[in-house]
Design a protein around this ligand. Structure first.
Ligand code: ADP
Ligand code: MG
Length: 734
């Protein structure tokens, strides 16, 4: 076998995989298609899990492990498979019976019998892992176990009968059909990675300062890379993970530290008058007084405006906490000082809503407010662009249309971005580019705890409105099913008779917008004709023209409609205090923060409000799209947890945390556009403690030696340049 790996340290990592023992051109091509081209890629193809032989138990001993509530592994042979219909629920259940030398064990799948019924061969050897439970007869069973197929004799998996004497931890690797075709199933990977580890590990370069590793008890990189694949004990595996996680988090925070440093090098060009009149006038005209949380964040913002550097602040606050008014007050300070303000919202509906609210708030003040969205008439648009570039327009509310090339400002001093999570770093940067170092305020209604926000958003300062206006009553939330609908409708009627209004929301999924829209339209007709004939029902959806949408919204606001049937276009921002009922159809299909946003549309007045989630979990069975049973089951469980979380709490911070757990932070920062490198081992939620240490260390390092000139930082520097610098460039425009 060819083995032409160069031994020059720098070159080794970049060695194309085809030169590695056990790979060759054919496998290399398949690996490349999966995004693995170099030795380093392969070494960072971390196991998806481990088969821990030290947790292997005999079937006869399972009963002793039940009270531990921890997963155990059984190595056993397939004895029988069976699919039965459950008498009570009428659903198909799949049973797998396996045996080892000590006895028989039944495994149960409540999902996916179609897939499992042909998945096993009699006599096949499996490693099955699960938390054992008792079945209805008091016998141990596995529900939805994870499993691996073992071969009877193999260098890695010796004769299964002898396994009890072997011990050891075996890595499991992700594979797929293409990879399996060239022999790269989990076992195949294990073999080539074993070669890679042997070849490469002696040349692995350290990326962290020695002093840091010593102080934090981090094992060397080379040891960690070996041990994450082939740990000799669970303790060693933990140390390897900790080391590699720390490295990822450290470099991530280093990236943020540099972004922050760049921002702080930037000097303020935008100057504010110290005494401003417009904000004062607005405050005097408000029908309410600001909450102390609103005042607190205003002070934090004002301090930024007086600092020698431009503001870069994230304003967090739950739905309905009153972020808009805070942003507006800041906008007025800018306008009073002769600056223009751009206010960007993620959707047209929301932009229009902000536009209208702001115009109402400012009706008696000499401020010219404009709206810029796509699809406006050419003439109208030209006039508007002219007003922006000559400075006669003071405040412009808009969508992405604001960052288009033709949009020029006379003197843009403040950029406000609503619903940060919908925009990436790039959008923020592009809007900022329209001015000369303007101040930036981003707002989000997906609040997360401050420490986490700081580490996630890295280069932004964080302000939190942690208090709702005092006139709010907590919304009552309940989960109902299709069968409960008649009762739900009866309840809605009662409320309508008492003069309230209701929303009924349908999910829209982009891939099949037309189909969904048709469903919503049909439901709307049915609701008007058959269910609520004595009331006025209106339909609102994203395909309507702007003026149609406006008209429907306006009339709903005025109380001319009792019920608004809508697709999720009402998700953000809309404000009708008399609407007290929110019914969400197919609630299982919505994300948690979306549900929270939707619920935030009610409970805005003084009346008791209600949110009713109609759950239809079977939807997941019908739309499984080739997912395997475990995935499907997980999806459904997640959906259940989302809805139960909604019932359990109205606290946006708690909801956001569960949301992060369920979706994984990858979802939030998934795209490169977000300006975050992907994390391979670390998890921003689970590893929060490590994250905070990494952050402190990284920021300290940049403060001590910004250019990483000291010899002991050379490895940090070269790793950063190789892997992270491109993301810094992305941040630089920000
Ligand atoms: P969000 O933070 O979700 O964007 P909004 O800014 O839309 O919330 O505010 C929600 C509603 O609360 C609006 O009708 C707004 O006028 C009102 N509001 C804002 N601040 C207060 C306050 N201090 N007291 C009472 N109502 C307020
Ligand atoms: Mg808002």
């Amino acid at each position: 076998m060819k083995s032409t790996i160069q031994t020059d340290q720098k070159e080794v990592v970049g060695t194309p995989l085809q030169y590695l023992r056990g790979i060759g051109p054919k496998r290399a091509a398949v690996l490349q298609a999966q995004g693995l081209t170099t030795l380093e890629d392969l070494l960072q193809y971390y196991p998806r899990g481990y088969l821990d032989r030290s947790h292997i138990v005999r079937i006869v001993d399972l009963a002793f492990h039940i009270h531990n509530r921890t997963p155990v592994t059984v190595i056993a042979e397939v004895f029988r498979t069976e699919t039965r219909r459950a008498r009570t629920t009428n659903r198909m259940i799949f049973f797998l019976t396996v045996k080892d030398v000590s006895g028989y064990l039944t495994c149960v799948w409540f999902e996916g019998w179609q897939w499992y019924k042909d998945a096993f061969e009699l006599g096949e050897i499996l490693a099955l892992s699960a938390i054992p439970t008792f079945d209805q007869y008091g016998r141990p069973q596995f529900v939805h176990p994870q499993f691996d197929r073992l071969k009877r004799v193999d260098e890695d998996e010796p004769d299964w009968g002898k396994l009890f004497n072997t011990g050891g931890i075996i890595p499991k690797y992700r594979s797929n059909a293409q990879l399996e075709r060239v022999g790269l199933d989990s076992r195949g990977f294990r073999r080539v990675i074993r070669f890679a580890v042997a070849q490469y590990v002696p040349y692995v370069q350290e990326t962290l300062p020695n002093e840091l590793c010593r102080r934090l008890s981090l094992i060397p990189r080379s040891d960690a890379l070996r041990a994450i694949h082939f740990p000799s004990s669970l303790e060693e595996l933990e140390q390897a993970k900790r080391r590699l996680k720390f490295e990822e988090l450290f470099f991530l925070q280093l990236l943020f530290a540099y972004r922050r440093a760049i921002v702080q090098r930037e000097l303020r060009t935008v100057q504010y008058k110290s005494e401003t009149l417009l904000p004062r006038l607005l405050i005097q005209s408000l029908p309410f007084t600001l909450t102390s949380a609103q005042k607190k964040v205003l002070h934090e913002i004002i301090a930024d405006l007086r600092s020698p550097h431009p503001m870069n602040r994230l304003l967090q606050g739950d739905v309905g906490s009153g972020k808009t008014i805070v942003a507006l007050l800041v906008a007025l300070m800018a306008i009073d000082s002769g600056l223009q303000v751009a206010f960007m919202a993620p959707t047209e509906i929301l932009a229009e809503q902000h536009y209208k609210t702001i115009r109402q708030f400012l009706s008696s003040l000499p401020v010219s407010v404009r709206l810029l969205i796509g699809g406006q008439r050419k003439k109208e648009r030209e006039v508007l662009l002219e007003e922006l570039s000559n400075g006669t327009a003071h405040l412009v509310v808009g969508t992405h249309a604001l960052i288009e090339e033709g949009v020029k400002f006379h003197n843009l001093g403040l950029v406000i971005i609503d619903e940060q999570h919908r925009f990436g770093v790039l959008h923020r940067a592009m809007l900022k580019e329209k001015g000369t170092s303007p101040d930036v305020l981003v707002m989000t209604a997906t609040p997360i705890p401050r420490t986490l926000a700081m580490t996630l958003y890295g280069d932004l300062d964080v302000s939190i409105i942690d208090e709702l206006p005092s006139n709010r009553k907590p919304i009552r939330t309940a989960i109902r099913t299709e069968q409960d609908k008649p009762r739900v409708y009866a309840f809605v009627k009662e409320e309508l008779h008492r003069g309230r209004q209701a929303y009924i929301v349908f999910p829209l999924i982009e891939e099949s917008e037309k189909v969904d829209l048709k469903a919503a339209t049909r439901e709307f007709e049915r609701l008007q004709k058959d269910v609520f004939p004595e009331f006025r029902v209106a339909l609102l959806h994203g395909r309507m023209t702007t003026s149609n949408k406006d008209e429907v919204m306006e009339r709903f606001k005025r109380g001319e409609y009792h019920i608004l049937v809508a697709t999720t276009v009402i998700e953000v921002g809309i404000d009708v205090p008399n609407a007290t009922i929110m019914i969400i159809e197919n609630a299982e299909r919505f994300g948690l923060s979306q549900l929270h946003q939707l619920r935030g549309r009610v409970g805005r007045g003084t009346e008791q409000s209600y949110c009713i989630l109609i759950a239809n979990y079977e939807w997941y069975d019908k739309n499984r799209k080739g997912k395997d049973a475990l995935e499907l089951w997980n999806e459904k469980e997640n959906a259940r947890r989302r809805l139960e979380t909604m019932v359990a709490t109205t606290d946006g911070f708690k909801i956001a945390e569960v949301d992060l757990q369920l979706r994984g932070p990858g979802d939030i920062f998934g795209t490169r556009q977000s300006g975050m490198p992907a994390l391979r081992v670390a998890n921003l939620i689970e590893d929060r403690e490590l994250l905070e240490i990494a952050r402190a260390e990284a920021f300290q390092l940049v403060q001590n030696d910004p250019h990483l000139r000291q010899p002991e930082y050379q490895n940090v520097r070269s790793h950063f340049e190789k892997k992270y610098k491109e993301f810094l460039e992305l941040g630089k425009i920000a």
